[in-house]
Ligand binder design. Structure first.
Ligand SMILES: [Zn+2]
Length: 685
């Protein structure tokens, strides 16, 4: 919930890894070449080895090479570089530790205060009780972090860091990380800070391309009141305007309650296929000028059929522009964009992610779940049933009664803040730890649904923003607030209790979401109410299982499309469109058609993020797996004790974190096993 804000928070942590990339000392990407001659680099290495001893050779080689790649002509000539290296390489453990402590102290000051600036300057926009003026919005949009990288190359702090802290590749972290001490991990995170230096003009161009794609997607609405069936009948409210694909999908999902609505679902599916294939008349996008039958693809104006031009592959032009911009940036990276995205941001190799997804979607239990869906629907499956929404357990507890209870308990933000120690004790924290954590969380009334914004320096508090109406907090608000509290508690433990500031946080957003959902899952327990549906847990598992099955297919299409573009860098938009349709259909036919009994659907290519947020989609299923694995592990344990033990690990890489947390690496096996049990439970009723 409110992941945007969580992303903002983690964005601060990710700031350090945003450039983290593979940097071998001997092999570099053909583009990422130093402006420095290899002979100069070798001379410096020899001189440093003479000065500090043979035992330091390995570290000297790695650090001088990685610094040379980042050093540009404007930073100084080879003599300046030579002198800089001789003066700034630290050759003994004691001084290196002093350097590490200084960097930690100053970065905590810097990031902690910048975070506070960002938080405070958004107060009018986020909090109740402020009138928002245009200038407030400008301040809210200001990013205090924007220039740190540039400034620290200019003043050479970046080079002091790269000259002393080797950057380890993901493969090296996977290989050695389990045995690393906490301090070795902290040193490695310092080494992740400055790994690539992308030219500002290329970054600017890339951000314009992304903004254009975002603008294209943001304005891609379908006026459903003007979409007709073969009888010329409109099936949707006249003013219903749906953005592709999110609203189209959600509208489709909303009709599972009513079997009579299948016609509407089929119409939406037709619309989606026209978008994917770019067979949609351009003039029906974001316009109600014409009436359109997506099945026959005929368009009418005042009842008369008219002939209109189709959208000219614009969807794929945006994707192609994004690819080309990345090819330019690749010249300054150590890997291509696919590996950069997976190894750097997710810190899981793409091949590993692909393997986990394929294991999951080809698991035999998928067919068993599909059989249950068929039975519940009373019909055969159609491709859009990847969005089947009927596993949501309908609560039999009256929401109004719940709201009465929550609004009496929490009439104000302060009432919730004061109750946090009790909530934490109920969740298994001991009383003194509960009081300590609660003293580091402040609750404020928000304008929106709410969010959790953590601190970035000790001494500062995490902020829980929650919506409380004039009559107190209703149940919906309470449910979200408990979720956000889970984030705040994670943020607090993983800032205050980690061994080093550079290890604060969790490996990625999925890990903090896991804690938030673990809290949210307990919302009724905290009110002293027990769930009365014996199938609730099994239904929950299948709901998550089916949703993950859907988004994994979508993510695999995204990954394959990027691989295809790298293999066909000179393609045009028409060729790219055909490739996307083929890839989506092939994945459908291999993994989905045997389950659905329908071949050749391109539906997995409909997601808008494939166009405006390159390779982001895989974050969802990775997140679902991690959340599920963690929630299964803690469900019969003391949440408070486990949360303290696990959050103290800090920001390791996902696999190492998971092994230390639950005893096994990130894997889909827990999920598929739980789905099997849920199927058995439902079939036995
Ligand atoms: Zn959340």
């Amino acid at each position: 919930m409110n992941k945007n804000f969580i992303i903002v928070i983690l964005g601060l942590a990710l700031f350090f890894t945003s450039c983290a990339k593979k940097s071998e000392t001997t092999t570099t990407h053909e583009g990422a070449v130093s402006t420095m001659q290899q002979s100069t680099i070798n001379t410096i290495i020899d001189d440093l080895v003479k000065k500090h001893g043979e035992a330091q050779r390995n570290r000297i080689e790695r650090c001088v090479n990685q610094t040379a790649i980042l050093w540009q002509e404007t930073d100084g000539d080879k003599d300046v570089f030579h002198e800089f290296c001789m003066n700034n390489f630290v050759g003994n453990a004691e001084d290196l530790d002093k350097l590490f402590n200084s960097i930690s102290m100053h970065y905590e000051t810097l990031i902690g205060h910048f975070n506070k600036i960002a938080l405070d300057m958004r107060r009018p926009v986020h909090l109740e009780g402020y009138e928002v003026t245009p200038i407030d919005e400008l301040f809210a949009g200001y990013d205090p972090f924007a220039n740190i990288q540039k400034d620290f190359y200019n003043n050479k702090i970046a080079f002091c860091i790269t000259l002393n802290f080797p950057h380890y590749t993901l493969a090296e972290k996977e290989e050695m990380g389990e045995k690393w001490t906490e301090k070795e991990w902290a040193y490695a995170r310092v080494g992740d800070m400055f790994v690539e230096r992308l030219p500002a003009d290329l970054l600017q161009k890339y951000s314009e391309i992304l903004a254009n794609a975002d603008n294209y997607i943001s304005n891609y609405n379908i006026f459903m009141g003007y979409v007709v069936d073969d009888e010329g009948k409109t099936n949707f409210p006249q003013d219903l305007k749906l953005i592709s694909h999110w609203n189209l999908r959600d509208e489709l999902k909303s009709h599972y309650d009513n079997p009579q609505s299948i016609n509407k679902m089929r119409i939406i599916y037709e619309v989606m296929q026209r978008i994917i294939k770019q067979e949609i008349p351009e003039a029906v996008i974001n316009s109600n000028k014409y009436t359109w039958n997506p099945k026959s693809n005929k368009v009418y104006e005042n009842g008369k059929e008219v002939s209109l031009a189709m959208e000219p592959n614009t969807r794929y032009e945006h994707l192609l522009n994004c690819f080309k911009a990345n090819v330019e940036l690749d010249k300054y990276r150590h890997d291509n964009y696919i590996d950069t995205k997976f190894s750097n941001e997710f810190e899981m190799p793409q091949a590993n992610v692909e393997k986990i997804f394929k294991e999951y979607i080809s698991s035999p239990v998928v067919k068993e779940v599909a059989e249950i869906i068929k039975k519940r629907l009373g019909r055969d499956l159609e491709p859009f049933d990847i969005w089947y929404d009927g596993f949501k357990a309908r609560s039999s507890i009256n929401q109004e009664e719940l709201s009465k209870k929550t609004s009496a308990l929490y009439p104000t933000p302060l009432a919730l803040e004061k109750d946090i120690p009790n909530i934490l004790v109920k969740l298994g924290f001991n009383r003194s730890k509960a009081a300590e954590i609660a003293s580091r969380i402040v609750v404020e009334g928000s304008k929106g649904a709410g969010h959790a914004w953590g601190a970035e320096m000790k001494g500062e508090k995490a902020h829980l923003r929650t919506r409380i109406g004039a009559n107190g907090m209703d149940y919906k608000g309470y449910n979200i607030a408990i979720h956000e509290l889970g984030h705040n508690v994670e943020q607090t433990i993983s800032l205050y209790d980690v061994p080093f500031w550079f290890l604060r946080g969790v490996p990625n957003t999925a890990f903090t979401e896991a804690w938030a959902f673990a809290f949210q899952h307990n919302d009724l327990n905290l009110l002293g109410i027990k769930s009365n549906d014996p199938n609730k847990e099994a239904l929950d598992v299948l709901d998550k299982f089916w949703g993950t099955y859907e988004i994994m297919g979508v993510s695999l299409v995204d990954q394959e499309v990027w691989k295809w573009m790298y293999n066909n860098p000179k393609c045009n938009a028409e060729e790219l469109k055909n490739a996307v349709i083929k890839i989506a259909t092939d994945i459908w036919n291999e993994y989905y058609a045997p389950v659905f009994g329908v071949k050749d659907s391109p539906i997995l290519a409909i997601y808008s993020h494939m166009i405006d947020n390159p390779l982001y989609l895989s974050a969802y299923p990775i997140g679902h797996i991690i959340e599920f694995q963690l929630s299964e592990y803690i469900k019969d344990k003391n949440l408070g004790e486990e949360m303290i033990r696990i959050c103290k690990l800090g920001r390791l890489i996902p696999d190492v974190w998971m092994k230390k947390a639950v005893g096994s690496p990130v894997s889909s096996a827990t999920f598929t096993e739980a789905a099997k049990k849920a199927v058995q439970k439902l079939n036995n009723n």
